[in-house]
Design a protein around this ligand. Structure first.
Ligand SMILES: [Zn+2]
Length: 174
């Protein structure tokens, strides 16, 4: 099992401003997308619940509002259980991947070094994909395998590879 590399940030280190701008822009887009998806799902679910309720009550609307409120409450609670972690993962993966790519670039440039000034050799590290096991064919080709630091951008960008994929790129020390 590979060990993840820990590092302390140099004093005064800050994320590059173009990276910050890209992240801010991406979060605005994602927030709008999350709201739009929620609206669409809610509207569709309300339509299905109302149609079912009316079919059971011979088209009588009295009581429909209360039934709809209760049904949507149950739906929203159940949706949050799986949707919240999915959104959180999606929202953080871009920043995670950008950070990994930046670190790989700094390793290659010789500008990523510990506090004692030692220059880290790129070939002392490799890129892998975790977790090591995978059910999908594509993920099986990468999960737990060793790749050169030069392949970091490609690896980080490839994951997650599909809906509900829990794989991510990772830089590890040999
Ligand atoms: Zn996967």
């Amino acid at each position: 099992m590979a060990a993840e590399v820990g590092a302390t940030l140099p004093a005064g280190w800050a994320l590059a401003s173009d990276t910050q701008d890209a992240q801010a822009s991406a979060s605005d887009d994602h927030a709008a997308s999350v709201a739009e998806t929620y609206h669409d799902d809610l509207e569709r679910t309300a339509g299905v619940l109302l149609a079912a309720w009316l079919a059971q009550h011979d088209g009588d609307h009295s009581g429909a509002a209360a039934a709809l409120a209760a049904g949507l409450g149950t739906w929203a609670a159940a949706r949050a259980v799986w949707k919240v972690p999915q959104v959180a993962g999606y929202e953080t993966i871009d920043a995670y991947n950008d950070g990994g790519e930046d670190a790989a670039g700094d390793l290659t440039d010789g500008t990523l070094s510990p506090d004692d000034g030692t220059v880290l050799a790129p070939d002392a590290f490799y890129v892998t994909v975790l977790p090591e096991g995978a059910a999908e064919i594509f993920c099986q080709m990468y999960a737990g395998q060793e790749f050169s630091i030069d392949d970091a951008e490609e690896i980080y960008n490839a994951f997650p590879a599909h809906i509900s994929c829990d794989h991510y790129g990772c830089i590890v020390a040999r």
